[in-house]
Write a protein that binds this ligand. Sequence first.
Ligand code: HEC
Ligand code: HEC
Ligand code: HEC
Ligand code: HEC
Ligand code: HEC
Ligand code: HEC
Ligand code: HEC
Length: 369
Amino acid sequence: MKRSRLIGYSLLLAGLFLNYPLPVSAVGNRGVLQGLHALKSQMPKGCGSCHQGMTMLVNGEESSCLTCHGNSADRERMVREGYLKQTGRNTLADIEAELRKTYVHPTLAVSGVHQSRETLPEEVSNAMRHAECVDCHNPHLVDKGMPLRGVMGKRIGNFSGAITKEYELCYKCHAESANLPGNSTNKHAEFKTTNPSFHPVEGEGKSSFVISLKEPYVVAKGDPGKISEISCSDCHGSDDPASPKGPHGSNNEGLLVLNYQKDDSLPESSLAYALCYKCHERSSILGDESFPYHSLHIVGRRTGQEGTSCYTCHDAHGSLQYQHLIRFNEEVVQKNKDDKLKYDARGFSARHGSCYLNCHGVEHNPKEY
Ligand code: HEC
Ligand code: HEC
Ligand code: HEC
Ligand code: HEC
Ligand code: HEC
Ligand code: HEC
Ligand code: HEC
């Protein structure tokens, strides 16, 4: 063992066991290093790979991660300095490139806000929003194929355990946070399995008739190869399937894996609603296999009178009011002359319903199918 490394270790041990005043706060379980970052074959300098210098100083900013998980020049420097050994199979992906795309988590943009002992969901309404690598990953515990291992979930009373589902991580900032931006909604409220309808993220969906679903997606668990529950990152993540997994950044608006056109009066195409057509057969939707007026609304009557987006009628997360993910986009859809704006489904999977509204000057009072 090299001498400098020995000194590093003794300092660290001193810090851990002799109450040497470490700048990092108390030494909890989180000081125990396991999993991928503990592999001396890849990270010979252990703690020192992230905790820099004699004082072991580290903050929760992305810089201590991007040295290895960022651009190749930085990574090669880490290899040269002996912090990282790259074996043939493992070439670390460039997360920084994802975070430089147009629609991103503000990891690079926001600095100095994350605190190692903070409580999330945020309880202070004017607290600045942030998302650092260590808000979503536990650098002491990440493991092969388990990038979220050891991430703590929402605190209930004095207790908070590690998350078991990805959405529990997202809810730390996109659900009951007191500092949600004005244009943002509580995702937990939208995905609740007690809602009239929801995409099956927290549990299986309510509908037994989703005729457009593509293999391997199904409405309820059957064969082992079939998928009846989906996750946030089935829709949110990189636009490039070859990029590292995770909702770091995307060139698609909404940080989506595929394009989704939300505006009214634009032509239909496989690209316009690519996100939905990933799991719902385009030919089934436009062939009116469920809602008999899908094609009329989505494609429009003729060129020059284009159709409208799924977003005009559906919420991609869930609906607190109606079945079939119906939630009208009130920038496009208005009340009818009797001051009504509502959807009535006739029971579950009945495939009949009525709409009370006004859209593009067309009264629905009601229109039935
Ligand atoms: C992959 C990078 C990485 C490695 C390797 C690593 N740490 Fe950390 N550690 C961090 C980061 C980043 C933080 C700050 C987390 C935060 O701010 O939320 C931290 C925080 C800590 C804390 C404070 C924890 C707390 O609860 O506030 C201690 C103590 C600690 N590390 C000890 C160690 C020891 C000991 C080792 C080696 C056995 C080690 N770390 C290895 C990245 C690392
Ligand atoms: C010294 C280089 C180095 C630093 C610094 C570093 N990592 Fe890593 N990280 C690695 C290596 C090596 C692996 C294992 C890759 C493999 O075997 O596939 C890894 C794996 C990971 C994984 C799991 C990837 C997977 O395949 O599931 C995550 C997540 C991760 N690191 C996050 C972080 C975060 C967050 C930080 C900063 C707090 C950080 N890393 C700092 C080298 C580093
Ligand atoms: C530590 C906090 C935090 C966590 C955890 C978190 N986010 Fe975010 N997220 C943010 C912040 C901050 C923004 C910037 C906009 C805002 O303030 O809401 C954001 C923005 C987004 C956006 C919108 C991007 C855009 O282009 O407008 C999406 C989508 C998103 N997050 C999805 C997720 C998903 C999915 C998860 C879980 C895997 C998650 N987030 C976990 C803090 C977080
Ligand atoms: C079926 C696909 C799908 C799933 C699953 C999904 N989303 Fe979304 N999400 C979208 C689409 C499409 C948009 C953009 C349109 C909109 O705002 O409704 C969006 C927008 C967002 C936004 C930005 C708008 C806002 O309200 O702040 C956030 C944040 C977000 N999603 C978080 C999540 C989280 C967290 C999960 C999992 C708990 C999730 N999403 C699951 C499709 C999805
Ligand atoms: C004018 C409003 C409207 C628009 C626009 C619309 N839908 Fe629908 N959609 C409905 C209604 C109403 C139902 C419920 C039909 C029923 O009673 O079963 C429905 C049902 C569905 C279903 C469930 C049944 C099935 O076909 O599997 C899916 C999936 C669906 N829509 C996807 C889409 C997609 C994707 C788009 C955009 C490309 C879209 N919808 C545009 C109104 C609309
Ligand atoms: C808002 C939450 C969030 C932030 C911030 C975030 N990540 Fe991730 N990351 C995820 C999620 C969720 C996944 C896992 C997605 C999956 O497995 O489908 C992931 C996956 C990864 C992976 C594994 C990629 C793969 O292809 O297997 C690495 C490595 C990683 N993140 C590193 C980082 C680093 C480094 C940072 C900061 C520069 C960071 N992440 C910031 C949520 C986040
Ligand atoms: C990752 C796969 C996936 C994507 C992407 C996806 N869906 Fe779905 N969708 C499903 C699954 C699975 C169900 C079945 C849920 C159930 O059993 O109720 C479903 C059901 C639905 C339903 C019927 C819900 C009900 O209760 O009747 C509608 C409407 C719908 N999706 C619309 C959309 C729209 C609009 C988009 C694009 C914004 C979209 N979906 C994208 C997987 C997906």
